[in-house]
Design a protein around this ligand. Structure first.
Ligand code: ZN
Length: 236
């Protein structure tokens, strides 16, 4: 094979690899779209859980207030009964003060309970709303994800096809250029074959290409590499 033909095959191989890189990138974007959809659903679930927990805590607190009120009620009954039993007016007055204190405390608790019940109603409405939003979003997410997954499947198919093409193309390139190209790609160099720039620099690492090397590339005498080991060609 003439050096120029090897170079052309290398450039074609690189074109296929660039296509593969783009496909992989597209696929990665689809995967992150799916992750974003999942994260959104999770965040709604977390919100709902927080709302439910807040509601349960408030209910629990209200129930403790109701118990407290029951205790005050029984105190009032007890003091009233005692008032009938005691003889001295001082004792009657003292018990009367206790009854009054208990009644005031009961009234305050009653007000608290009323307020809490209203807050609980608000919480219930909010939980209902969040539950509905979550259900809607889950439905939408399922549809969107199915669509994206189809696109990922298409990508996978295209990637498999391109890999096949690439294997065939690599087979056309003789030693040691096939290995050299693979080494460059495996080292993470996206471009293994680069054009010499107008300033006579390597299109990969930007190092100057010596005149002798340029001359040999122009004469199509040999395949030349830059010091960065990339294959060099001159755009006609
Ligand atoms: Zn270079």
């Amino acid at each position: 094979m003439e050096p120029i033909d090897i170079l052309l095959e290398l450039i074609e191989l690189q074109r296929l690899d660039s296509g593969l890189d783009s496909l992989e990138k597209i696929k990665k974007n689809f995967l992150s779209d799916i992750a974003a959809i999942d994260a959104n659903i999770q965040s709604l679930k977390d919100t709902l859980q927080t709302e439910k927990k807040g509601h349960e805590e408030l209910m629990k607190w209200r129930k403790s207030q109701e118990i407290e009120m029951g205790t005050l009620d029984s105190h009032i009954v007890k003091y009233t009964r005692q008032q009938n039993d005691v003889k001295s007016s001082d004792q009657v007055t003292a018990l009367g003060q206790e009854i009054e204190k208990s009644k005031l405390a009961k009234a305050a608790i009653e007000e608290n309970i009323l307020e809490t019940l209203m807050k609980e109603d608000e919480q219930k409405a909010q939980i209902k709303k969040t539950t509905e939003i979550l259900a809607e979003e889950e439905k939408r997410a399922a549809a969107e994800k199915a669509e994206i997954q189809q696109k990922i499947a298409d990508c996978n198919k295209a990637i498999a096809d391109k890999h096949q093409e690439r294997t065939t193309q690599l087979g056309k390139i003789e030693e040691p250029y096939n290995r050299g190209y693979e080494n460059l790609r495996n080292k993470g160099k996206k471009l293994a074959v680069v054009a010499v720039t107008e300033e006579n620099n390597c299109g990969g690492c930007n190092m100057n290409v010596p005149p002798q090397v340029l001359h040999e590339i122009r004469q199509k005498m040999a395949i030349k590499t830059c010091q960065c080991t990339r294959y060099l060609y001159i755009k006609e």
